[in-house]
Design a protein around this ligand. Structure first.
Ligand SMILES: NC(=O)c1ccc[n+]([C@@H]2O[C@H](COP(=O)([O-])OP(=O)(O)OC[C@H]3O[C@@H](n4cnc5c(N)ncnc54)[C@H](O)[C@@H]3O)[C@@H](O)[C@H]2O)c1
Length: 444
């Protein structure tokens, strides 16, 4: 089995196909109000404002530009070097020069921005998205939906109140062979699925060392990078890309890869919420100043099945010799899936399923972006709308609540509360540093 690189997991090639929305329900209503005169029609240009032009922002921008109707009118980042990268892509792909800005609120003020792409670190997903909804923009926001569960709720509320199209950027929802697996499992052909496992074993994750604090690089507005996160001196490890290994900004691999794979796992098993989560692990492999565990296992109790998440740094040999993958275990057999395809392994004593291998499909990101653009025009719900994004991100966050408290988390999904555990429940909430406030936050 070939080992997938991070680059391949994130994807970099084009896929023309777009997929029909899974979630139904039109956003068109007599109450739709927008800051613009009208939503873009089928033949109109879609004018994009990019917020966050790092690794993913640049890759997503390239995907948006695969669609001829997209123009980028504004590029926003707190780092001049990153802004320059965004401008370069616009010049190369469209021969245009977007306006540039370091404060994302100036992007939202503009009447010539129809949609915003939010590709900032996780602690900066919620506020730009909520404010964009208030400003009448549609939003493509990277995964995980937010840094905390209550931030996600506020995003759901903002999209609902302002009738916005919001797609979360976990592109695997738009991946042909994963959509097929989901349909196959939900059809019941695998029998009763009682155990689902997802794993990411990643040897490309090196230690990041223990650099000293120091001044931020020139051209960087560090206060704006921190935003609502706690104030602290600049440390190069807590900045671009590696922010994901620090609790102030993100949730480690549990929410980084976890959201992608939990999203795929739930495509097979459906929209139930877990009743509880228990997680353990630690920094057993890496000797550096990162905070999130390099090895972690989380067990979720869903009403009709158990879901198990595993990640580990320092080794690519995961289950079934696959660096990452998913296994649904039913009563008729099991299915193993990764980007290279899926494989049905029938139960030997039964003859209801054939032993089959199905090929993988190309990079799903272009299709995911295309689905978003189609929904911007049709006012239909995208395949990974904000409700589904919130749901799958919540499942991932529950793993970290358990890891961080060292206790089993009992989850009251109806009220979005941890049962009888105020310390864990506090991690569900929104704690922003002044002067930042998140509209619609329940527990601010
Ligand atoms: N869908 C995927 O497969 C995938 C892959 C990688 C990353 N992501 C997600 O994309 C997001 C960004 O990750 P990355 O790897 O690109 O990180 P990154 O650090 O390379 O990029 C983030 C960019 O946001 C900028 N930024 C920070 N605060 C800002 C602010 N207030 N206003 C404007 N810009 C700001 C940073 O300067 C940086 O350039 C993360 O949430 C990550 O989980 C998704």
């Amino acid at each position: 089995m070939k080992v997938i690189s991070r680059r391949k997991f994130l994807g970099n090639s084009a896929l023309a196909a777009s997929l029909a929305p899974l979630a139904v329900g039109s956003l068109t209503s007599p109450f739709v109000r927008s800051a613009r005169a009208a939503e873009p029609g089928p033949n109109d240009k879609v004018r994009l404002g990019l917020i966050g032009c790092g690794g993913m922002g640049q890759g997503d921008l390239e995907c948006f530009f695969l669609n001829p109707e997209v123009d980028c009118v504004a590029v926003c980042d707190i780092d001049d070097a990153r802004i320059a990268k965004g401008v370069e892509i616009c010049q190369k792909k469209r021969n245009t020069k977007p306006d540039t800005v370091k404060d994302f609120r100036r992007v939202l003020d503009r009447k010539d921005v129809d949609v915003v792409l939010v590709a900032t670190p996780d602690h900066w997903h919620a506020l730009p998205t909520v404010l964009a909804c208030q400003a009448g923009k549609d939003v493509y926001v990277e995964k995980p939906l937010a840094k905390t569960i209550d931030e996600g709720r506020a995003m759901v509320e903002a999209a609902r109140r302002h009738q916005r199209v919001v797609q979360m950027g976990s592109q695997w929802r738009s991946c042909k062979h994963i959509v097929e697996v989901g349909e196959f499992i939900r059809s019941g052909k695998l029998g009763k699925v009682s155990i689902v496992r997802g794993w990411a074993y990643l040897d490309w994750l090196p230690g990041i060392g223990k650099p000293a604090d120091g001044p931020p690089p020139p051209g960087v507005d560090y206060a704006m990078w921190l935003g609502p996160a706690p104030d602290r001196p600049f440390n190069p490890n807590r900045f671009h890309f590696n922010f994901r290994w620090f609790w102030d900004y993100a949730g480690g691999l549990m929410t980084d890869w976890g959201v992608h794979l939990i999203n795929m796992m739930l495509m097979g098993t459906g929209p139930d919420s877990p009743k509880s989560a228990y997680s353990c692990g630690g920094k057993f492999v890496l000797d550096d100043n990162s905070e999130t565990p390099d090895s972690q296992v989380t067990v979720y109790e869903f009403p009709n099945y158990t879901l198990i998440w595993e990640h580990k740094a320092g080794l690519n040999n995961g289950l079934y010799n696959r660096s990452w993958g998913i296994e649904w275990s039913g009563t008729e057999g099991n299915i193993i899936l990764n980007d290279e395809g899926w494989e049905i392994r029938p139960e030997k004593k039964k003859a209801n399923l054939d032993n089959q291998r199905k090929p993988g499909s190309p990079d799903p990101r272009p299709a995911h972006v295309r689905n978003f653009l189609d929904c911007v025009k049709s006012r239909q719900q995208p395949v990974l709308n904000v409700d589904i994004g919130h749901h799958v991100s919540t499942v991932a966050h529950l793993g970290n609540l358990s890891y961080r408290t060292g206790r089993k988390i009992v989850w009251d999904a109806a009220n979005q509360k941890v049962v009888d555990d105020p310390q864990a429940d506090a991690l569900v909430g929104v704690k922003y540093r002044d002067p930042w406030k998140l509209p619609y936050a329940q527990r601010a």
